[in-house]
Design a protein around this ligand. Structure first.
Ligand SMILES: Nc1nc2c(c(=O)[nH]1)N[C@H]1C(S)=C(S)[C@@H](COP(=O)(O)OP(=O)(O)OC[C@H]3O[C@@H](n4cnc5c(N)ncnc54)[C@H](O)[C@@H]3O)O[C@H]1N2
Ligand code: MOO
Ligand SMILES: [Mg+2]
Length: 419
C-alpha cells in the first residue's frame, strides 16, 4: 500500500530545518582573495578617514582671516612660499598674507584653514617671488576635507556576515586588512540518483535523460556561498545508494541527493534514511513545486532529499538549503530577499498549496513588475534559465490577475531577508 504522507506548511518546514542551522568556521585569506566571500567579523575603522585635514582641490591654502577684506575692487595679495602635492607635508610656517600652493589630497598646512581653487586666483611673479591674489573672502573651513568626515575611528562600517563586494574590498584595504577573516565555505556533497540519468557528454538513448540537476545544484551551491563536492550519479539501487551515502557523509557539512524521495518503487531515499538511523524532519510540504522535498538529520548533519524534478529541485534548494548555508556564513538575513511586485499577466491556476512560480522581476519607473517565465510544472527545466525570482502565491487562493500585487523572493540579491 502506498505510504500516506501529511503535508506541513512551508514556513513550518523551513523552521524545522533552521533549528539545525549553525554558524560555520572562519578562515583567513589574503585581501586579493576576499572578494565574493563573507566577513567573519565586523569591519571596524581603526583610524579616522581621512586621517588628516586635506585639500579637496588644487589651489592655495591660506589663513582665512587674511582674506576678510578681499573684494572685486580690492584684491588681496598673498605670497606663495611653498608647493606641496598629495603625500607631502608643508615644511614652512605660514605667516600673514602668505599661502601654500597645494594639490588635491595634500595635508592642510598647520596655520591654514581654507583652500582657494586655482580658478579664482590670479598668479604672478614679482622680484623673483611668486604671488597670487583673490577678489573675495573665505571663511575658516572653506574647501577643507576634514579629518574623520568620511568615518570616525571605532565605527563599525560593515557587519559580520556581509558579502564582500568591491566596495567592502576598498574598505578592507583602507583599514589595512592585508588578511581578511572570512567564513569558511561549507562543503556540500551532491549525489544525483536515477537509473535514467546520462552523463552530460553521453548521447541520448531510449528512456534516458541527461543529468541536469547535479550541475544546477553545484551552481546554486556556489551562488549561495558554498563549495559543491559532486560525488557522481547513482543508479536506483538501495544498497548501492546506501553504501555511497554512508561512505561520504563524514566528508561534507551537508549532503544533497536529488530524486528518489517520492513513493515510487525505485524511490529509495526513505529506506536509506531509515538504514542510516537518520531522523526525518518532514517528507511532504504543502507547496508546489517541491512537495516531496525531504529533510533528515543525523547527529545534527542535514541530509536534503531534493526532488528529481528539476524545478522542484531548484526551489527546494533555494528554500531549504540556502538559508542554512547563509547562516553558516554568519548572515543575520539568510533567507531570499522578499519584496512585492505587480503581476504583468493573469495567473488563473488555483493554488491548493503555496506555489513558487519561477519568474522574472523587472523594474520600470520605480516600480517592480513580475511575470512567470515558463510553464509552471515541476518537471520543467527551461523556465529556470530565465528566472531571477520566485513569485509566491499562497495556498488556498483561486488564481491571480494582471495588476495584482504579489510577493516575490529574489534569487540574485545578496542582501537577503531576516525571515
Ligand atoms: N504517486 C505519486 N507519485 C508522485 C508523487 C506523489 O505524491 N504520489 N509526487 C510527484 C512529485 S510532486 C514529484 S516532484 C516527483 C518526485 O520524484 P522523486 O523525487 O522521487 O524523483 P524521481 O522519481 O527520481 O524523478 C522524478 C523525475 O525527475 C527526473 N530526474 C531525476 N533526477 C534528475 C536529474 N538529476 N536531472 C534531471 N532530471 C532528473 C526523473 O527522470 C523523473 O522524470 O514524484 C511525483 N510522483
Ligand atoms: O514535489 Mo512536486 O514538485 O510538488 O511536483
Ligand atoms: Mg520518484
Amino acid at each position: 500500500m502506498v505510504e500516506k504522507r501529511t503535508p506541513i506548511p512551508v514556513m513550518e518546514a523551513i523552521q524545522k530545518v533552521m533549528k539545525f542551522a549553525k554558524e560555520g568556521e572562519a578562515e583567513v585569506v589574503p585581501l586579493e582573495e576576499a572578494y565574493g566571500r563573507y566577513l567573519a567579523e565586523n569591519l571596524q575603522a581603526d583610524h579616522d578617514v581621512p586621517p588628516f585635514d586635506r585639500s579637496p582641490y588644487d589651489g592655495f591654502a591660506i589663513r582665512a582671516a587674511d582674506s576678510a577684506l578681499a573684494s572685486l575692487e580690492h584684491p588681496i595679495e598673498f605670497e606663495v612660499i611653498e608647493t606641496i602635492g598629495a603625500g607631502q607635508v608643508a615644511t614652512k610656517e605660514v605667516g600673514p598674507f602668505q599661502a601654500v600652493r597645494i594639490m588635491t589630497g595634500a595635508q592642510i598646512p598647520n596655520d591654514c584653514d581654507a583652500v582657494v581653487m586655482f580658478e579664482v586666483t590670479n598668479e604672478y611673479e614679482r622680484d623673483g617671488k611668486t604671488y597670487m591674489s583673490i577678489k573675495r573672502s573665505f571663511r575658516p573651513g572653506d574647501n577643507i576635507s576634514f579629518q574623520g568626515e568620511d568615518t570616525k575611528k571605532g565605527e563599525v562600517l560593515v557587519e559580520k556576515g556581509t558579502f564582500i563586494n568591491p566596495g567592502v574590498q576598498a574598505l578592507l584595504a583602507t583599514f589595512g586588512y592585508a588578511k581578511v577573516k572570512v567564513a569558511k565555505k561549507p562543503k556540500i556533497g551532491i549525489f544525483a540518483t536515477g537509473s535514467e540519468l546520462l552523463d552530460v557528454s553521453e548521447p541520448l538513448a531510449p528512456g534516458k535523460i541527461r543529468n541536469s540537476n547535479a550541475y544546477m545544484i553545484q551552481a546554486q551551491a556556489i551562488r549561495s556561498g558554498a563549495t559543491p563536492v559532486y560525488f557522481g550519479k547513482l543508479a536506483d539501487d538501495a544498497d548501492q545508494c546506501f553504501a555511497a551515502i554512508e561512505r561520504v557523509l563524514h566528508e561534507v557539512d551537508i549532503l544533497i541527493t536529488t530524486g528518489g524521495v517520492s513513493v515510487g518503487d525505485y524511490d529509495y531515499l526513505p529506506v536509506i534514511y531509515e538504514r542510516l538511523g537518520a531522523e526525518v524532519l518532514f517528507n511532504k510540504i504543502a507547496m508546489r513545486p517541491g512537495s516531496v522535498t525531504t529533510v533528515a538529520q543525523i547527529d545534527g548533519k542535514l541530509l536534503f532529499g531534493l526532488s528529481g524534478n528539476p524545478s522542484a529541485c531548484y526551489v527546494g534548494y533555494e528554500l531549504f538549503v540556502r538559508p542554512v548555508i547563509r547562516t553558516m556564513l554568519y548572515s543575520s538575513k539568510p533567507y531570499l530577499y522578499k519584496t512585492k511586485a505587480t503581476l504583468l499577466s493573469d495567473f488563473p491556476k488555483p493554488n491548493p498549496f503555496t506555489r513558487f512560480v519561477r519568474s522574472y522581476v523587472s523594474a520600470k519607473e520605480g516600480q517592480l513588475y513580475v511575470s512567470p517565465v515558463g510553464m509552471d510544472k515541476s518537471n520543467i527545466v527551461t523556465s529556470l534559465a530565465k528566472a531571477n525570482a520566485l513569485m509566491v502565491l499562497p495556498g488556498g487562493t483561486r488564481g491571480f490577475a494582471k495588476g495584482d500585487l504579489v510577493d516575490v523572493w529574489l534569487l540574485e540579491n545578496e542582501k537577503g531577508s531576516a525571515q
